[in-house]
Design a binder for this molecule. Structure first.
Ligand code: C5P
Length: 666
């Protein structure tokens, strides 16, 4: 996952392939809480692993639940409705699906069994309203202290106190359906008698209430419903674990791939596994909205297949109350439409992870779009003059994921623009490896995938610099020296004459090479340590002198040019392999400095070494690399020279990143 300050998406062109969705956030956190409140043990499979479920799991542990992993599954030993801890301070991040139901459950448990519990979150969580739920709980007799601004977290839930359950519990339904969900999940804990919940105002986001009711049924609670205005929890209701629960894929997360298919799956479809026509989640109805915009969608019980249908997409006007989260995706699809798209009845966007109407409007305008907004609607015009933009994500996973679809602008404009996503790791809230998954199913032109080359002599620090620059940008790294080293090693092991270029080159296609987590495998053997040995370096420089060997390794190196970008280090990265690289660095350091660094490196590994002979070896290798006829070591004409003799690694990295930034359009 990308833990970097920004991720640049190069222009993307096509999409095809299969994605497996992470578990649904809404279902995951409901199931965790239900399992925790139940009698018995629950094995939860396909649980979403994300920030929002992590805070829920931590909270359950703090409340005394047994929580552990068994392989891929999470096992919860439920409380059976009896508090084990009477005091806890629960930090719930920015997870509304943890804050609202835990507040309600702990309020009624503290009231009936005694205790004191504090719930808090990140600053944004303390701006997300919870007053309507607190009012409903106080109306019941729960003791709740505001620890910050009244009506917002943090809160303290205290008890004991007497609950009045004879009269209906009344809650507003027009700000967040999570208030009603919270009561529906909490009140079975105290249902000695029928408990009636009445909704004040028009209930929004009804499909989320359907998820709540379906999951309550799985855990033994049969709620009676009167339309969408009243719900009755029958007397004697008791939570019982169903034993095992499978969490469906996240239907809101599916929306990005549905959008992707509609925009870019022109040959084969994008197949999405984990949600389908039998999903509990209301957001699966996003496919109807996407189809209205022109997507060609097929649905099976737990899969979807999406291709481009109409192109350009069709502008639509849609009431999105039933798909509040997924609908954000429509605003980016709207850029590719033939007319304006207007989404209405979306007031709840304003109280989500961020004010999503304002956020989408602001960021879409950065791309050049014309956007109008009102208290509960947004209208987006199709975009012609695309601009390169740096997208602020407001710590909102959905903003980050939505804007990845803007990277397909090359399909509608002559001069495609990259898109910069700031703080891309915010996707961890619901989809930690979103971008990796995206890159697995999209294509770009090789020429559009940025490459930074770092060439230079032996022991100049290229490898370290390339790794650090790669890490900072989220780019892959090619250590081309390793390819020559592994070739030299394999040739020696095969007993080949290293001066016979043709024989060594013929060996290259037979090598079973794999690169995993910074390690190099030859067949099953991890040869990383062997490759770094000085002796292997000498073998490498011998085989590297042959034009046939260099040719044999050429395509293998080009194959490293993958999304979102590459940092390649070696001797001829900027001259022979990636002559079109966007930034070329030629790294040097004096022979004395390089010998000293290599010496320190070896000593720190417990390998004895002599500076003088190291320096002689280095110079001999440099000579051979510089004077060979095939791709000699020489700076590319357009390379920037960096002598790092007196620079720390950080200083070199900062210099290269500075040069890179100057070449970006942002
Ligand atoms: O960079 P490293 O020291 O691992 O490279 C080992 C040898 O491989 C170099 O001395 C050089 O002869 C050869 N090499 C090359 N072209 C590259 C990378 C390495 O010729 N792009």
């Amino acid at each position: 996952m990308f833990k970097i300050p920004f991720l640049d998406l190069p222009p993307l062109r096509g999409a095809a392939g299969t994605v497996r969705l992470p578990g649904s956030k809404s279902i995951s956190n409901r199931v965790l809480l239900l399992a925790a409140l139940s009698e018995g043990r629950t094995v939860v499979r396909d649980l979403l692993a994300s920030d929002d479920t992590a805070v829920m799991l931590d909270a359950l542990r703090a409340l005394g639940c047994g929580v552990w992993r068994e392989g891929e599954a999470v096992v919860i030993d439920g409380l059976g409705g009896r508090l084990r801890a009477r005091e806890a301070q629960l930090f719930l991040g920015n997870a509304g699906t943890a804050m609202r139901p835990l507040t309600a459950a702990l309020a009624v448990l503290a009231a009936t069994q005694g205790g004191s519990f504090e719930v808090s979150g990140v600053p944004r969580m303390h701006e997300r309203p919870i007053g309507d739920l607190v009012d409903a709980l106080r109306g019941l007799g729960c003791a709740i202290d505001d620890l910050g601004n009244p009506g917002y977290p943090p809160l303290r839930l205290r008890g004991p106190s007497a609950l009045a359950l004879d009269a209906p519990v009344r809650v507003r339904g027009d700000v967040s359906s999570q208030f009603l969900t919270a009561l529906l999940l909490a009140l079975p804990l105290v249902a000695a008698q029928d408990i009636r919940i009445e909704v004040i105002g028009e209930l929004i986001s009804k499909p989320y209430i359907e998820i709540t009711l379906a999951l309550l049924a799985r855990f033994g609670i049969a709620v009676k419903r009167e339309g969408w205005q009243a719900f009755v929890i029958p007397a004697g209701s008791r939570y019982r674990s169903p034993g095992e629960v499978f969490v469906e894929g996240d239907a809101s997360s599916a929306s990005y791939f549905v959008g992707l298919g509609a925009i870019a799956a022109t040959d084969a479809p994008i197949r999405i596994e984990g949600v389908g026509s039998e999903s509990l989640q209301g957001d699966v109805r996003f496919i109807e909205a996407a189809a209205a915009m022109g997507a060609d969608v097929k649905a099976g019980p737990n899969w979807l297949e999406v291709r481009r249908g109409a192109w350009p997409l069709k502008g639509i006007t849609l009431d999105c109350n039933h798909i509040p989260d997924a609908a954000m995706t429509l605003t980016v699809m709207a850029l590719y439409a033939d007319g304006p798209t207007t989404l209405t009845n979306i007031a709840s966007w304003r109280v989500k992870e961020t004010d999503r109407i304002a956020a989408m409007a602001t960021e879409l305008r950065k791309l050049g779009a014309t956007v109008d907004e009102g208290p509960d609607w947004i209208r987006v015009e199709p975009l012609q003059g695309w601009q390169a933009a740096s997208i602020h994500t407001y710590d909102d996973h959905r903003v980050a994921m939505c804007f990845s679809l803007a990277a397909f602008n090359g399909l509608v404009t002559e001069r495609p623009q990259p898109v910069r996503i700031l703080e891309p790791h915010c996707v961890a809230k619901t989809f930690p490896d979103y971008f990796e998954t995206l890159f697995g199913v999209v294509t770009a032109r090789a020429a559009d995938i940025p490459v930074i080359t770092i060439d230079g002599p032996t022991a100049s620090g290229k490898g370290t610099l390339a790794d650090e620059v790669g890490k900072a940008l989220g780019f892959g790294v090619l250590d081309s020296g390793a390819l020559y080293r592994v070739t030299g090693l394999a040739a020696r092991r095969a007993g080949l004459d290293l001066d016979d270029g043709r024989a060594v080159a013929a060996l290259v296609p037979t090598l079973q090479l794999a690169f995993r987590d910074g390690h190099v495998f030859l067949g099953q053997e991890d040869v990383s340590a062997r490759l770094r040995a000085e002796a292997t370096g000498l073998l490498a420089s011998q085989v590297a002198a042959h034009a046939e060997v260099r040719q044999a390794l050429h395509q293998l190196q080009l194959d490293f040019r993958r999304l979102p970008g590459l940092v390649a280090d070696g001797r001829d990265m900027g001259t022979a392999i990636f002559p079109d690289a966007a930034l070329k660095v030629f790294l040097t350091a004096s022979a004395a400095t390089r010998a000293e660094r290599r010496h320190k490196q070896l000593i720190s590994k417990g390998i004895s070494a002599n500076i003088e002979s190291l320096r002689e070896d280095l110079e001999a290798r440099d000579e051979r690399d510089k004077n060979r006829s095939a791709s000699p070591l020489t700076p590319a004409q357009d390379a920037l020279l960096l002598d790092n003799s007196n620079l720390s690694i950080e200083e070199s990295v900062t210099q290269v990143l500075g040069w890179w930034q100057q070449r970006r359009p942002f």
